[in-house]
Ligand binder design. Structure first.
Ligand SMILES: Cc1ncc(C[n+]2csc(CCOP(=O)(O)OP(=O)(O)O)c2C)c(N)n1
Length: 375
């Protein structure tokens, strides 16, 4: 099979040394402007979310969750882009954006509620503490239509494109290489391009759509999909948090300034299983996994920080913070209680609907028939 190659924006080499690719040149001023505290925050974000992700995977294995989609390996793509978004932006995740949601303020336990089956959506996207983060979407690609429509609305309402980067709003939507084959994604790109909507299509190419390799999804680099609709598109090393941050910040600001949608293909790797229901050893080789282990985004950033003289205490404190966050997640996850049965019928329609009323009555009657041990 022909390998998929295209120029890549990369700032850090696999070993963490500062070695910008030619394509990275225009983004370097943004990286040079980052303070030590900001660089350390990127690292902390990645380490903490990995601990949370590992904890959630363990919780599923111990029967506490029905399912968990691990984000291991994709931390840099997610952290860089989420830190690049501005407070006023709205983010539309898929179902693996655990770092993105956390950075925006969503309590990771709220994701666990969905995966444990105790909540439909997990969090209220209009609650300010959730940082304009929409709920997870499991229907592949559908969130790109929601995002494009929302971004069009921002234009119609005059909430974007005034030239004030601190106030103009933009949208980031996350989706995967598999989802990029969905019609919804293409329709979203057509509408966004036609209406100059301020939306950044952020594709995490993690190389696998469950068992389907990316080479089967496309004969050309996926970055070409946005370009095909006239959307300026950039391919970044998705395991390089600095590249992800700088390109996302630049393209989002271009988009909010009224110049239309933008797209990023972040080339990364799903280090774990698709979900806890999947066994990747059935369809991919361990050589490939070992190769990508050498490009671990956390090890890369750590080596970079060490090279800049970061003290050992930074790494010790970060590990302790991550362990605390994981422990806190566990202690709260195991106490989540099931909602009252009728909740399943709520929020289907905004007004009472005769069919819902009928079904709710039927379920109550059915469940009541078990009471008293008659069956
Ligand atoms: C419309 C639709 N079709 C099929 C599925 C089943 N499905 C769930 S995840 C998945 C693969 C998605 O791969 P990708 O978009 O690359 O994202 P990743 O899971 O790798 O993050 C499929 C086919 C679905 N959820 N929605």
């Amino acid at each position: 099979m022909t390998p998929i190659e295209a120029p890549l924006v990369r700032v850090l080499a696999d070993d963490g040394s500062y070695a910008p690719s030619a394509e990275a040149e225009r983004y370097l001023p943004l990286i040079d402007a980052l303070t030590d505290a900001e660089l350390e925050q990127f690292y902390r974000d990645m380490v903490v979310i990995r601990a949370i992700d590992t904890q959630a995977t363990n919780l599923q294995r111990q029967g506490q969750l029905a399912l968990w989609p691990p984000s291991r390996g994709q931390e840099a793509a997610q952290v860089g882009s989420a830190r690049a978004a501005r407070t006023q932006d709205t983010l539309f995740p898929s179902y693996r954006e655990h770092a993105v949601t956390r950075i925006r303020g969503v309590d990771s336990v709220d994701i666990l509620k969905v995966m444990r089956g105790t909540s439909h959506g997990g969090w209220n996207p209009t609650d300010p503490k959730n940082g304009n983060t929409r709920i997870y979407t499991l229907v592949l690609g559908s969130q790109t239509l929601h995002a494009a429509g929302y971004a069009m609305g921002l234009t119609f309402d005059g909430r974007t494109g005034t030239g004030d980067v601190e106030r103009d709003e933009a949208v980031v939507v996350y989706y995967g290489d598999g989802a990029s084959s969905q019609g919804d994604v293409h329709e979203a790109m057509v509408f966004a391009a036609s209406y100059d909507a301020p939306v950044l299509f952020f594709l995490q190419n993690n190389h696998w759509a469950i068992s389907v390799p990316v080479e089967t999804q496309s004969k050309v680099p996926l970055v070409g999909r946005g370009a095909g609709y006239g959307i300026p598109s950039v391919r970044v090393d998705g395991n390089d948090v600095l590249a992800s941050y700088a390109v996302s910040r630049t393209l989002l600001d271009e988009s909010r300034s009224g110049r239309g949608p933008r797209a990023i293909e972040a080339v990364t790797y799903r280090m774990g299983a698709h979900t806890t229901s999947d066994d990747p050893t059935k369809y991919r080789h361990s050589d490939e996994e070992q190769q990508w282990a050498q490009r671990d985004p956390i090890a890369r950033m750590r080596a970079f920080l060490e090279g800049r003289g970061a003290p050992a205490s930074l790494f010790e404190e970060t590990d302790a913070e991550a362990a605390d966050a994981a422990e806190d997640l566990r202690s709260r996850a195991v106490t989540l209680t099931s909602p009252e049965r009728p909740l399943i019928f709520d929020h289907v329609y905004s007004d009472p609907h005769p069919l819902m009323v009928e079904q709710k009555a039927w379920l109550n009657e059915y469940e009541a028939s078990f009471e008293g041990g008659a069956h």
